[in-house]
Write a protein of this length. Sequence first.
Length: 156
Amino acid sequence: MSNRDKRVFMSFQGEFINTVDVKGRASIPARFREQLASIHEDERVVVTKRNGGLHAYPLSEWNKIRKGVEEMPPGTTREDILRVMIAPAVECGFDKQGRIQIPQSLRSYADIEKDIVVVGLFNKIEIWSQRRHAEVTRQSEARLDEARDVLAEVGF
């Protein structure tokens, strides 16, 4: 099975509660690190800010996003994406304990002090403060209550 075929069957999934230490290092679940190495063939991720949390993309996924942004026509939306999402992004490798270093600027944006929730969402990993994760989850649940038809269409 090629790595491309594996991506169809294997993706990031699950929620894990962790902590960030005083140096800003956050542990990423071993399962996610293993998938980065075996499926994406690279353990590095690119972390950027989005919707009050952080999104970590495998380097291969980030390169697709970057290419898409580069191909956008010049204009305000492209400039906003570059300024808000591309500029603050950082490439992170893992230390021997499976942690990534999250810069203070991104931790401040996401209101991350100590307790975090690491969430696998198919092609990306989200990192939230526990408080914001609870808020976002409540908002999502409320919207899904209104979207019963859509849920039924996908089998829920």
